[in-house]
Ligand binder design. Structure first.
Ligand SMILES: [Zn+2]
Length: 695
């Protein structure tokens, strides 16, 4: 019997080995710059790769724990930094595909892996022997003669462990594990519901007259969407941004605008199998419990401790200070919009689904400017080149198209990024068009981070994903101004990753409310008149955008800024309200949200597009929970930082070099100090208020 068992085990082992032998995720990548071999990676490779990679990391950690030598930075912290490389690689490829090109199989894997991964991470983070070693080093760090970077790295590890519960007693550790596991499952479910509802057909039009007001481009895209969904001859609109926003802006059919707007904000709130309300109540409740376990009053206290803002009171005060001038401005915007409604002979009151439509009219009326005038100048390829050129003028880097690097979808383009002197800096992938398997929004991430341990310089592999206007049968991708800014924004995140220049990637952690500075600052160049003329070229004639249009853009700069700011701030308050809860009782989502909006005095003409049930930033992961304010916090920084260029030279190379060195290439637990090294003083809010016309 024993022999049989042995034989059986041997067979399994052999089968396992066979699987692994052909699993490209577990092998050395013999590709240019060790980029992921996407042609070979199949869905079925992920699960065994995840299991194998977790096993490998566990072994590595065990080795660190069982080392009898006195714990040192090298044999503990640096060893940890080197561990888990395989898991990191598998997770990053998976996360890219599951976000940008997912399918049912990947989603099932994600569901299956999430709890395993949560447990795996907890096994490490709650390993007592390991923490004892880290603590031993941390307690004597003053006497170790550490460099600034080593000190940052050590602090990051120590605090990560403490914040993951390393100081808890056994009973509480078990409680924390259970919470983490449940949360990870809830996030996956939220994300999947969100994707299903965003891709759902929101509106099918089958009569010509219902297309009134819509630009040809939009109509054509809707016809193509109908064809793709097997509804040839109709026009289909989804809740993906490039489909939904133009409809809201241009459709003359008020009732249809109402339908699509309500469908958008009701994602996850339709009392069907994809409803997110229960998930949200549970997530919020678990976050309170987790915060309390770790000895914080609220989830926000827990999160903000490591941000520049430090405390919920600081965030709330900051938001309130902006709320007042923005609300004041919004009230005059309402008057402008209502006036047009009356002038058109209607007697209804402006509603949330009218805002975008009449705002477009005000823009046309007051500034003789509309979306359709600009799009022909924003062909994706030109805009992308424009963003690359800005990076080149600032930092001297070049983007070289490569056709020999494998991609996960034909829409993906790959570039090699080179320093001014030709040194290889990293790889940049762009993936800009919407598709069913892609989640909404835009993001930047990487398949590999920069590091330089033991003199082995690892270069980064960075990618940007967006959902910008798709090319149609007879037109290339023609982007909106908003999308143009997003492309520059994501490239800014990309540069942040590409410029990483530290020994340890773990030392580059920066606070959430700082992380949008590198991205948002790029939007300033996108909008700048002097830069626009270089990349905004008509897609047919190649002629640069005329001065007349630039003047109009400049004049309309403050247009709708009240609305934009208020809509955003409302979402930030909602996020904070969910996370300053001290009571773990599960909330009634609708009631909670209404009270939250009533409290700040949101005007009825504005309904935020970010309702709890579709607020992926805060509920589809821990990511931006009590951190949605970060964008506007960082906007204060980016407006102030860009001012430094405006005051001197838009492409001031010295300033750019200092920005790269102090802000982009390294991390610190005191990013304000880093900022001051670049700017000479703390940022002032004035530049932001001026930029938005809210003074
Ligand atoms: Zn960003």
């Amino acid at each position: 019997m024993k022999k049989m068992m042995y034989l059986f085990a041997l067979i399994i082992l052999t089968v396992n080995c066979l699987v692994q032998a052909v699993n490209p995720l577990l092998q050395e990548w013999d590709t240019p710059f060790q980029t992921p071999p996407f042609d070979e990676i199949k869905n079925e490779h992920f699960m065994p790769a995840f299991l194998e990679a977790m096993k490998a990391e566990k072994c590595e950690v065990e080795e660190i724990v069982n080392n009898d030598e006195e714990p040192t930075l090298k044999n503990t912290i640096e060893a940890l930094e080197k561990s888990g490389k395989l898991l990191d690689r598998v997770s990053r490829v998976f996360s890219c595909l599951n976000g940008a090109n997912t399918n049912e199989e990947l989603q099932n894997i994600s569901k299956e892996v999430a709890p395993l991964r949560a447990k795996h991470d907890d096994d490490i983070n709650l390993n007592e022997k390991l923490f004892a070693k880290i603590k031993q080093i941390y307690d004597k760090k003053e006497n170790l003669g550490l460099t600034f970077e080593q000190n940052t790295l050590l602090e990051n590890y120590f605090l990560d462990f403490v914040r993951s519960g390393a100081n808890l007693n056994d009973e509480d550790k078990v409680k924390l594990r259970n919470i983490n596991e449940e949360l990870s499952n809830l996030y996956v479910k939220f994300k999947q519901n969100h994707l299903k509802q965003t891709n759902a057909i929101a509106l099918v039009i089958n009569r010509d007259e219902d297309l009134a007001g819509l630009p040809d481009r939009v109509v054509q895209a809707a016809a193509e969407m109908a064809r793709a969904r097997g509804m040839e001859g109709n026009w289909v609109f989804t809740l993906q941004k490039p489909s939904f926003i133009p409809f809201l802006m241009h459709s003359d059919k008020r009732n249809l605008r109402e339908i699509i707007f309500k469908a958008y904000i009701s994602r996850g709130n339709n009392n069907d199998e994809f409803d997110n309300k229960k998930l949200i109540s549970r997530i919020a409740s678990l976050r309170v419990k987790k915060a309390n376990l770790l000895d914080y009053k609220t989830h926000a206290d827990f999160v903000l401790e490591r941000n520049m803002a430090k405390k919920p009171e600081n965030v709330l005060k900051f938001l309130k200070d902006l709320w007042k001038p923005a609300l004041k401005r919004t009230k005059t915007e309402v008057e402008d919009l209502q006036e047009i409604i009356y002038r058109e002979g209607h007697d209804f009151k402006l509603q949330a689904w009218d805002w975008w439509y009449y705002a477009e009219k005000v823009k046309k009326d007051k500034y003789a400017l509309n979306d359709a005038m600009l799009r022909p100048y924003f062909k994706m390829q030109n805009v992308r080149k424009g963003a690359f050129d800005v990076a080149q003028k600032l930092y001297g880097i070049r983007f070289l198209k490569r056709n020999d690097i494998e991609v996960y979808h034909p829409d993906v383009d790959v570039f090699e990024v080179l320093e001014a002197d030709g040194t290889h800096l990293g790889i940049f992938y762009s993936d800009y068009y919407p598709r069913d398997g892609k989640r909404s929004g835009a993001w930047s991430s990487s398949f590999r981070s920069q590091s330089n341990i033991d003199g082995e310089f690892v270069t980064p592999l960075v990618y940007n994903v967006g959902n910008f206007a798709k090319p149609t049968a007879d037109k290339p991708s023609l982007m909106s101004m908003d999308e143009v800014e997003t492309l520059f924004h994501e490239l800014g995140h990309g540069l942040n990753s590409l410029f990483g220049n530290t020994i340890y990637s773990g030392s580059r952690r920066v606070p959430r409310d700082f992380v949008e500075l590198p991205s948002q600052i790029m939007e300033n160049w996108a909008r700048d008149p002097a830069v626009l003329t270089t990349y905004a070229l008509h897609y047919e004639t190649g002629k640069p955008i005329p001065q007349e249009l630039i003047d109009k853009l400049e004049k309309a700069k403050h247009f709708n800024q009240g609305f934009m700011t208020i809509e955003y701030l409302a979402a930030s308050f909602l996020d904070m309200d969910w996370h300053v809860l001290t009571d773990a009782t599960e909330q009634d989502v609708a009631k909670f949200e209404k009270e939250s909006m009533d409290k700040i005095g949101l005007i009825p003409e504005i309904e935020s597009r970010y309702q709890s049930t579709n607020f992926g930033h805060i509920f589809s992961s821990g990511g931006y929970s009590s951190g949605y304010y970060s964008y506007i916090w960082a906007a204060v920084l980016d407006a102030d930082a860009f001012q430094a260029f405006k005051e001197t030279d838009l492409f001031n190379k010295e300033l750019a070099a200092s920005f790269r060195k102090h802000v982009l290439s390294m991390g610190s637990n005191d990013m304000m100090a880093q900022y001051i090294k670049f700017r000479g003083c703390e940022p002032k809010v004035d530049a932001l208020l001026r930029r938005r016309g809210l003074e």
